[in-house]
Design a protein around this ligand. Sequence first.
Ligand code: JBZ
Length: 249
Amino acid sequence: MLQIDVITIFPGLFAPFLEASFVGIAQKNQQLRVAVHDLRDWTTDRHRSVDDSPYGGGPGMVMKAEPLVAAIEELAGSREARTGRVVLLSPRGRPLDQSRLGALAGETHLTLVCGRYEGVDQRVIDLAVDEEISIGDYVLSGGEIPAMVLIEGVARLLPGVLGNPESVQQESFQGDLLEGPQYTRPPEFRGLSVPKVLSSGDHAAIARFRQERATEITNQRRPDLLAASHDEKRAARPEPPAKEREEQR
Ligand code: JBZ
């Protein structure tokens, strides 16, 4: 069972998301429990303030340390006593990728902190956050949607969540390639036909066709994925003896 606690000033954004999709299925199957918490529940002032102006001046507001650290410590414990991880969704974070999702899916407790405004007081990060994660290089106004992205990505990796676990395995086989084209009925649509090989019944030829098209489309659109997988494979291979290294050059 993976417990995920979310800290946000917009708890209402999560409701439809948590009921639908893999996340809803995972929660029904008791593999995942997501609890969303309103940061304002940890404020102590009359106005329930969660933000204030930045020291040193400048535009915008900064999330205050006291309510955030109180919320994190109540939900996840102090850093010393902590099980699981506290993740701040932040544009300064390490970019999320599939291997990070796999590692997070192996935890028993995640606390996700959704930033808002221009950012959070650095002391929250210094005192109470284990890691910062970003979902990509574009500008958003808060960490709520990034948190949902992370939850969705983790939920579908939990054992038994997917109706069809083969598709997860398939992904890890082809982890470094984009999918080639897919077709379903009818065999011809507006003059466009399904490639003949796909209904040939020749499984080896189908596998070859798919591999070729996947490699082609990856080369065109994401050559960085191919380069990364070559690097990984090189890193995973034992270093050849010096003599062979010479020969390879
Ligand atoms: C993220 C200040 O709160 C924010 C603002 C932007 C933002 C996040 C949190 S997380 N962008 C991303 O993952 O790219």
